[in-house]
Design a protein around this ligand. Structure first.
Ligand code: BTN
Length: 334
């Protein structure tokens, strides 16, 4: 009921919607409407109630409740089941637990989101700093019918969706640092960690986890030089925008659903490659490839349809796969 009322109030914040109208629209009593409004106000929503006119939504807090997210979601199947935690070890681990608890994959498309992670995971066993209320920490749980070898491309698909979601909500224009960081002005804004449980030829489940730096005003010393947040970037651009993490999540899910469906048709990035390359920060820039078999430098040309980074080394073009190889900018982080 709270979700439906929020959706109705959101449609036009200029006009009042009467209690009677809400009762009729949702087939519930006036008391039920009043109770839902009271709960929303207690959660921090500023809802004006005027006798003989009705209700009007004045301000929305930046909270990540189920109803706040659901009332903004425009997806067909993704995130129709949202699991929200005030605090969790890691949304990736929580998503994995959900998949392992139930054999029939009715959890496909579930989204796990948390206000705070106590054991947020980064790539290569690193820790992902996730204090309460600072960022957007969420994981998408999937059971795609794909070959396990094609799963790493989902990280690139997620990167694209995140860039589009951020651009839509904030007007900023972030880019992708291959394969899976989203960056702005040379600093990291988003990290993506994709984890899979699979047999040789069969995917049990895939978890695509995303951490977006939203409200941070500063960062732990070890990442202070390379990390940024939406708040810092908006300040830098001289813009005073209140960011709603729920809106950001809804936008990122909307684009992920679309890109994912395109990817599934071919199980590769042939239809997305061009757009990915248009978002790529590395393109045309010098990169150092940290290959365990030997480091080398070259110029990044873009990705191929398998998501490999093509690096021009003068005499040859190398295809770099994500995984054990990492890529650094020669003149900085990107
Ligand atoms: C990286 O850049 O190292 C990847 C960071 C991924 C962080 C996100 S936050 C939500 C999800 N849950 C986790 O424990 N990790 C991912």
């Amino acid at each position: 009921m709270k979700t439906k009322i929020l959706q109705a109030l959101r449609q036009d914040s200029e006009v009042y919607i009467s209690g009677q109208q809400l009762c009729e629209q949702f087939g519930v009593s006036r008391t039920a409407v009043w109770k839902a409004i009271k709960q929303l106000q207690e959660a921090g929503y500023e809802i004006e109630a005027v006798r003989n006119r009705g209700y009007r939504l004045l301000a929305v807090p930046d909270i990540l409740s189920q109803s706040e997210i659901a009332s903004q979601l425009h997806t067909k199947w993704l995130g129709q089941n949202i699991r929200y935690f005030e605090e969790v070890d890691s949304t990736n681990t929580a998503a994995k637990r959900i998949a392992e608890e139930s054999g029939c994959a009715d959890w496909h498309g579930t989204v796990v989101v948390a206000e705070e992670q106590t054991a947020g995971k980064g790539r290569r066993g690193r820790f992902w700093s996730s204090p309460r209320g600072t960022g957007l920490f969420f994981s998408i749980l999937l059971k795609p019918q794909i070959e396990p070898g094609n799963a790493s491309m989902l990280t690139l698909v997620k990167g694209m969706a995140t860039v589009k979601g951020i651009a839509q909500v904030t007007g900023l224009r972030p880019q992708i640092k291959w394969p899976n960081d989203v960056v702005l002005n040379g600093k990291k804004l988003v990290g993506i960690l994709t984890e899979m449980s699979a047999q040789v030829d069969y995917v049990n489940h895939i978890v695509v986890g995303t951490g977006i730096n939203v409200h941070q005003a500063d960062f732990p010393q070890e990442i202070a030089k390379t990390a940024t947040s939406l708040k810092l970037e908006l300040q830098e651009a001289g813009r005073n925008v209140q960011i709603s993490r729920a809106e950001l999540l809804a936008a990122a899910l909307f684009y992920f659903e679309q890109y994912y469906e395109t990817y599934l048709q071919t199980q590769d990035l042939s239809a997305l490659q061009e757009e990915y390359n248009s978002m790529l920060a590395n393109i045309g820039r010098g990169v150092r490839v940290l290959d365990p078999l030997g480091e080398y430098e070259g110029t990044a040309l873009g990705i191929d349809n398998k998501g490999q980074l093509l690096v021009d080394r003068g005499k040859e073009v190398s295809e770099v796969s994500s995984g054990e190889v990492s890529v650094r900018g020669i003149y900085g982080y990107v």
